[in-house]
Design a protein around this ligand. Structure first.
Ligand SMILES: Cc1cc2nc3c(=O)[nH]c(=O)nc-3n(C[C@H](O)[C@H](O)[C@H](O)COP(=O)(O)OP(=O)(O)OC[C@H]3O[C@@H](n4cnc5c(N)ncnc54)[C@H](O)[C@@H]3O)c2cc1C
Length: 246
């Protein structure tokens, strides 16, 4: 019933932590059990609300890391001076509870009907919703060609590194490491710029669909570069995490 679905999305629900997995020294993936979770689309996010013993509450948005049909999970990067992310990454244990609301968002999503080819551009934890898109594509058996350009500070900061190292057929993963590169690194070693995007991007004539996600300055630089090389703005979908991340 439509009314039930709307109420479910907007209502805070109790989530119980199933597991906490380290992705990098500062990033954890938290799987959540939410009774009656109605499912989600690839690219959506949830709001998380923490309540302290004195009643103080803090809310933050987190992209959904899992594909539709998989158990709900989020991936959080610790900002040392942040309010919420240090708790989620360092303090949480299996069995702990907090509140979630969602899924939220109908624009930064990919479904099979959206087609491709897909150009995915991630800065830091901006990889999270794009990982959900990649997993969704794979679970569907979609053959839409994908190129992912992923900017991280260093190899140790690459989130989902093993998973991205085994891409599905038709998926190319291109890394750039902006601050530190391992010995013998032959890949990109600078911030994403127009020239890099031009060499990675699908030709405009193929009518690609681009998704850019990460810190606000990353997303703005990438979106401007895409427009500069001729991508129509309506084929560029963006998600800004705020002045955080890289
Ligand atoms: C749609 C969406 C999806 C997101 N998905 C993810 C995700 O998948 N993974 C993820 O890790 N993050 C994600 N984020 C970011 C997330 O919501 C939080 O912003 C992030 O975790 C930081 O929260 P925090 O409470 O730890 O830090 P905050 O306490 O909010 O602080 C963030 C930064 O701002 C600075 N700051 C805080 N207050 C001030 C102030 N008054 N003046 C100046 N500077 C200040 C802090 O020093 C810190 O560096 C997403 C954001 C959005 C909008």
């Amino acid at each position: 019933m439509a009314g039930t679905a709307v109420r479910g999305r907007l209502t805070w629900q109790t989530a119980t932590v199933g597991s906490v997995v380290s992705e990098t020294p500062s990033v954890r993936t938290i799987s959540l059990e939410v009774p009656g979770w109605a499912g989600h689309r690839a690219g959506q996010h949830v709001d998380v609300r923490l309540t302290a013993e004195d009643g103080y509450q803090a809310e933050r948005a987190y992209s959904i890391a899992s594909a539709p049909g998989e158990p709900l999970s989020i991936t959080v990067e610790r900002l040392d001076d942040g309010e919420v992310s240090p708790y989620l990454t360092e303090e949480l244990r299996a069995g702990d509870e907090f509140e979630v609301r969602g899924p939220i968002g109908g624009y930064f999503v990919w479904d099979a009907a959206d087609g491709g080819p897909l150009l995915l551009l991630a800065g830091g934890s901006g990889i999270v919703p794009l990982r959900a898109i990649l997993r969704h594509r794979e679970r569907l058996g979609s053959t839409v060609p994908v190129r992912l350009l992923y900017s991280s500070r260093s190899w140790a900061d690459v989130i989902y590194r093993d998973e991205l190292g085994r891409p599905a057929d038709g998926v190319a993963v291109i890394h750039t490491l902006t601050r530190q590169q391992p010995p013998g690194w032959t890949g990109y070693a600078r911030r994403v710029d127009r020239e890099m995007i031009a060499s990675v991007a699908w030709p405009v004539a193929q009518a690609p669909l681009a998704y850019a996600c990460g810190p606000t300055n990353f997303v703005e630089a990438v979106a401007s570069a895409l427009v500069a090389i001729g991508y129509p703005p309506r084929r560029i979908r963006t998600e800004r995490f705020g002045a955080t991340g890289q």
